[in-house]
Design a protein around this ligand. Structure first.
Ligand code: ACO
Length: 405
């Protein structure tokens, strides 16, 4: 706690907490994390049980409404989502304004922000039905926009959504299908993608979610707030970690592969090297990341299904995991693989390029962002977010005319 009177004779005290390490900025009923126990609950349900018994759309319903849907609620929710999967046809021209080689996250930030220019009819944030329609639109259109960002990047034609497919199967078809072939998504890969989406759906007040809340606290529209969340997620210390992890694996592979792991680990332990083992460690989970356990299972399922266990890059990843888990440096600091270590490997195995990893994270997290935004807007005591600062600049002084400076 800082006494600001010491600085400028103002009255009052405030907390000085860079990085918000010990400041709760809101009340929330959505997601609970116990980092020491390695526990993650969505609306009170353990992530392990949700991953086993539910699919992604049920998780979306749960995060938005607080309860899991019964069969009728589920059918109604599916109907509403699938009837909003298309984007306005003029959005295609919006895409065409970007350079082909633009990072798909840059494209996604722009296109999601632009949705508010296309869907004026759901922008009354004080109307619960408008808020719900915006949430449905975002959940429904994110797979379409994400796949369009990929298709634009690769120069292939956009694929329209198919509403008879599941959420994840439809996304894989829009990513990998073309108008010339009848793409049939592989069931194991559909399940793997669904699990990636479930495990990334919400994670309480992380940097991107806090950004969405802060942006929304000013009354900004939900599409603009989610675009701000996507921009924040892009950073390598947040959603960019699985992309960074694959880049690291590629680097070790180029330098000689499994033989070079020892040398790489020595570099990680040397604090002066600035090298970190990407995909290891977590700010909140100081025990094991419960999502990592589930993703590890999926990782082995996918590698088995695609016959990739012996592929040099994936064999390297598994060896690196084994060596790091036995090494004193990592054991003493309780550094375990996080969900991104495995989700990057799974996506790479599925044929998703590394530049798309963070886009898929954004697609998954959209429901968490919009649920948190909705919770905040519905709170009658909600205030505009306005942190204070500890000013360390110049004390008041006189302006000199230019000839005297
Ligand atoms: N590789 C090597 N050493 C590490 C790593 C790592 N990945 N992570 C932490 N350490 C070390 C720190 O240097 C520190 O060592 P010291 O005690 O000798 O100084 C010790 O472990 C404790 O780490 P903290 O600094 O307390 O970790 P912090 O909570 O600040 O950082 C973070 C967490 C940012 C995730 C970090 O572990 C990291 O950079 N990991 C790699 C990036 C990554 O995988 N991010 C994804 C997070 S998961 C997600 O966003 C879904």
């Amino acid at each position: 706690v800082v006494d600001i009177r010491k600085l400028y004779g103002q009255t009052g005290k405030f907390t000085f907490d860079p990085g918000f390490m010990s400041t709760a900025a809101c009340e929330s009923k959505i997601t609970y994390i116990d980092g020491d126990k390695g526990e993650l609950l969505y609306r009170g349900y353990p992530i392990e049980q949700l991953a086993q018994h539910c699919d992604y759309l049920e998780i979306c319903y749960l995060l938005l409404n607080g309860e899991l849907p019964n069969e009728e609620q589920r059918r109604d929710f599916d109907y509403r989502v699938t009837h909003h999967t298309m984007v306005h046809e003029q959005m295609t021209r919006f895409f065409q304004g970007f350079r082909r080689d633009a990072h798909p996250m840059a494209v996604l930030v722009g296109c999601v922000g632009a949705l508010s220019a296309f869907y004026h009819d759901s922008l009354d944030i004080n109307d619960p039905e408008h808020r719900f329609v915006s949430a449905i639109r975002l959940i429904a259109k994110m797979p379409t926009l994400t796949a369009m960002a990929y298709k634009y990047n690769t120069g292939q034609p956009f694929m329209y959504p198919r509403n008879d497919l599941s959420y994840s199967a439809n996304f894989l078809r829009m990513m990998f299908g073309t108008p010339c072939d009848e793409y049939k998504p592989n069931d194991v890969l559909v399940r793997a993608l669904d699990r990636i989406l479930i495990l990334h759906a919400d994670h309480e007040q992380n940097a991107s979610t806090s950004t969405v809340r802060l942006a929304g606290s000013s009354g900004a529209n939900p599409f603009a707030c989610i675009a701000a969340g996507i921009a924040t997620l892009w950073g390598p210390a947040h959603g960019g970690a699985n992309e960074a992890c694959l880049i690291m694996l590629d680097d070790i592979q180029k330098q000689g592969g499994v033989e070079k792991i020892g040398e790489f680990i020595d570099k990680v332990k040397d604090k002066n090297s600035g090298v970190k083992l990407m995909g290891f460690g977590h700010r909140v989970y100081k025990n094991y990341d419960p999502r990592a356990k589930l993703m590890r299972e999926t990782c082995h399922e996918v590698l088995g299904e695609l016959g990739l266990h012996d592929d040099p890059l994936f064999a390297l990843a598994m060896k690196l995991e084994q060596i790091a888990l036995e090494d004193d440096y990592f054991v003493q600091r309780k550094l375990y693989p996080n969900v991104d270590f495995y989700s990057g490997i799974v996506q790479k195995a599925m044929g998703i390029p590394t530049s798309m990893f963070t886009c898929i994270f954004a697609l998954a997290r959209t429901v968490g962002w919009i649920a948190q935004w909705g919770e905040m807007i519905a709170d009658p005591d909600q205030k505009i977010g306005r942190p204070r600062q500890l000013f360390t600049g110049k004390t008041p002084r006189e302006v000199q005319t230019i000839d005297k400076r």
